[in-house]
Write a protein that binds this ligand. Structure first.
Ligand SMILES: *[C@@H]1O[C@H](CO)[C@@H](O)[C@H](O)[C@H]1NC(C)=O
Ligand SMILES: *[C@@H]1O[C@H](CO)[C@@H](O)[C@H](O)[C@H]1NC(C)=O
Ligand SMILES: *[C@@H]1O[C@H](CO)[C@@H](O)[C@H](O)[C@H]1NC(C)=O
Length: 179
């Protein structure tokens, strides 16, 4: 049963809705609810400058290098996401997360767990993406396990390709496919 307070709230919400519907519809929807992403593909570039504070290999120390090599070592990162390969091209957001070494055998038997999220805003689509998977030297494919805003409920995968390897700069292209 609705009490009086609840009825007043409903009435108020209705009045607000009526008033707002008199305004331009796009003006109302733009800020509050980003447009749902409808495409099946998306790509962008991530910018790594190893001199910047946006990467830390001291995030987690190996547990015991004598006994278990690099097991437990963690790297934390926060990288810019850009529209084009040039670091000066349009800034779309960031990718932030960490990798943790889960193998106690050492290189080349490295099993790096990567967990990250992407903050993305290209002016049309705006939201976050959750990523998870095995980071590898040659081919990294991560699962897109979800998202928010324009990417609410996202499912798919992301392939990482290194396009620039010129220290202190490394640039990676992310190709996303939504299922
Ligand atoms: C994108 O979403 C964020 C978080 O909800 C918000 O702060 C920001 O204003 C949005 N950008 C645009 C252009 O609407
Ligand atoms: C690493 O493990 C070895 C073998 O158990 C042990 O002797 C050594 O003290 C450990 N080192 C550290 C830093 O805990
Ligand atoms: C990331 O973008 C910000 C804002 O444009 C810029 O100040 C910063 O230098 C960029 N960082 C890297 C590592 O490119």
């Amino acid at each position: 049963m609705l009490n009086v307070k609840r009825i007043n709230q409903v009435a108020m919400a209705f009045i607000v809705a009526v008033v707002l519907s008199g305004l331009s519809e796009t003006a109302v929807s733009a800020g509050s609810k980003p447009r749902q992403f409808k495409g099946s593909r998306l790509h962008y570039y991530t910018q790594l400058d190893v001199r910047s504070p946006g990467i830390s290999t001291a995030f987690l120390r190996p547990i015991n290098t004598t006994l278990s090599r690099n097991f437990g070592a963690g790297t934390l990162f926060a990288l810019n996401v850009t529209k084009e390969v040039a670091s000066t091209s349009k800034l779309l957001g960031s990718v932030r997360g960490y990798t943790v070494e889960t193998s106690y055998l050492g290189f080349p038997d490295s099993w790096l767990l990567e967990v990250a999220f992407v903050e993305y805003d290209d002016g049309k689509y705006n939201g976050t993406l959750q990523l998870q998977g095995l980071a590898q030297q040659s081919l990294t494919e991560l699962a897109i396990t979800g998202g928010s805003g324009s990417f609410r409920g996202a499912k798919g995968y992301l392939v990482v390709t290194q396009v620039v390897d010129s220290l202190p700069t490394r640039i990676f292209r992310h190709d996303l496919t939504f299922l």
